[in-house]
Design a protein around this ligand. Structure first.
Ligand code: ARG
Length: 469
């Protein structure tokens, strides 16, 4: 039988007579995925050993040997002079056996009052809390970029759409601020998830805690957790933090994907609202004229990955009894993929936004077509005492008339308008100018008037700084 040095030869091999079959070991091993947790694993082990010594469970000499052994391993892994053994079972086993190989007996005492179950839960949480900070940095960068561009375009008229049909005039500042709101909520949610996730599982051991007088608050504080998980079984079973975070990331990527879709449309020749910088677009291998919005398309595509990563975690967990089951080993790949995807896409997405050219003349022209001022025309009639439903019908008829002649409402002569309803006067033209349509929509209705959006941007900036503290 093909075999490895695991099974009877493993750190847990006492009760085994035979080695693990090679094929079984291949399936069982997670080192290819969890190898990247080595920093967190070493941090957790150092905190654990220090606590054991403080509590009189480990001798000071053993604790010192463990500390220096782990520091040496960390330094060598960092420099590359030590490579992670791809044949090891997982990162926890690799580091423990490497430590024992170096320092002997003391290394074998490190795992006192600990299980890989609390160890892995701790490592993953430490890793994810650190990535939270990275994601928050990238997301804040995107929001700042949006708010800056929005402030530059408080009076840049563009068409607002419903059903992807021109609906009412808005401004580019208003539109970008809408996206900023969604991302700001994501940043807020990220903070919520991190707050709830900041509870240490370490010391929960296998599932039932430990009979040793552990000081779990000490390891929690040392590792930067806000508190400890007080039920050991919950501590080793729970993966809520992964689900919450990937949930936030799925939502964030959904927001990014919707925005990406707009950029893809806007950069088409049909819209031509934006031109992407060369640095953030690509060409075609066959069609010389092409300039493709690949960054936006990949943002849309990575949303599919992140959504399915979270789905994978839910499906993984839904049938699992408490406490640890080996299935849980599979949680990391999905988590890493979601986090990696978000960290990969946010910087170039922001770069693409910062560097693109806004074709404001085209936007203004497009807003002038498609009768985007029709609602305001109806509102004008309401101001003349006409019921809104009647006003709606009158303007609808005028739209049909103008449309048949290839004209805008504002291009119809006053006699034509007055034939539709004699209460229409000369002042209607000023009333239905695109600028007037935008500017009468003030803060009270969350509208696109420049002052309203400027105030909204200021509020968002304040909130952003609050969330970043
Ligand atoms: N590699 C395992 C994982 O990632 C570590 C925990 C193993 N625990 C156990 N009781 N087999 O989940």
């Amino acid at each position: 039988m093909a075999s490895t040095d695991r099974g009877s030869g493993a750190l847990w091999g006492g009760r085994f007579n035979e080695a693990t079959a090679a094929a079984a070991a291949r399936l069982n091993s997670s080192i290819a995925v969890d190898g990247r947790l080595w920093r967190e694993d070493i941090r957790g082990s150092r905190a654990h050993a220090r606590m054991l010594a403080r509590q009189g469970i480990l001798s000071p000499a053993d604790a010192a040997a463990i500390e220096s052994g782990l520091l040496a391993i960390a330094a060598e892994l960092e420099s590359g002079s030590l490579a992670i053994d791809g044949g090891a079972e997982d990162i926890h086993m690799f580091i423990e056996s490497e430590l024992t190989r170096r320092i002997g007996e003391a290394g074998k005492r490190l795992h006192t009052a600990r299980s890989r179950n609390d160890q892995v839960a701790t490592d993953v949480k430490l890793w994810l809390l650190a990535r939270h900070a990275d994601i928050a940095d990238c997301l804040a960068g995107l929001i700042r970029c949006l708010l800056t561009i929005a402030r530059d375009h408080l009076s840049t008229i563009m068409p607002g759409y419903t059903h992807l049909q021109r609906a009412q005039p808005i401004t580019l500042g208003f539109h970008l601020a809408a996206h900023a709101h969604a991302f700001l909520r994501d940043l807020d949610r990220l903070g919520d998830a991190a707050r709830r996730g900041s509870e240490s599982p370490l010391g929960a051991a296998a599932l039932a805690g430990s009979g040793y007088p552990l000081d779990r608050e000490m390891t929690a504080a040392e590792l930067g957790f806000a508190s400890v998980m007080t039920n050991a079984m919950d501590a080793v079973s729970d993966r809520d933090f992964l689900l919450e975070t990937t949930g936030v990331l799925a939502l964030l990527m959904t927001h990014l994907s919707r925005f990406a879709e707009e950029i893809i449309l806007w950069s088409s020749q049909e819209f031509a609202f934006v031109e992407l910088a060369d640095a953030y677009s690509t060409g075609s291998s066959i069609m010389p004229q092409k300039k493709n919005p690949d960054i936006a398309e990949l943002a849309r595509a990575l949303a599919a990955r992140v959504l399915s990563d979270q789905q994978r975690l839910f499906v993984l967990l839904k049938g699992l009894p408490l406490a640890y089951n080996k299935d849980l080993q599979e949680d990391k790949e999905a988590l890493f993929d979601a986090v990696d995807s978000v960290l990969l896409v946010l910087p170039p997405f922001t770069g693409m936004l910062e560097s693109m050219t806004w074709r404001t003349k085209r936007m203004r022209e497009a807003a002038g077509l498609g009768f985007t001022n029709a609602t305001d025309f109806a509102d004008y009639l309401v101001g003349q005492g006409i019921a809104f439903r009647d006003a709606h019908r009158i303007v609808g008829e005028l739209v049909r008339y103008a449309s048949d002649r290839g004209l805008g409402l504002e291009q119809l002569p006053l006699e034509t308008l007055q034939a539709a309803d004699p209460r229409i006067a000369e002042d209607v033209y000023a009333y239905i100018s695109l600028e007037a349509c935008v500017e009468r929509r003030t803060a009270a209705t969350g509208g696109p008037a420049a002052v309203a959006v400027a105030a909204d941007i200021a509020r968002m900036e304040a909130r952003l700084e609050e969330l970043r503290r």
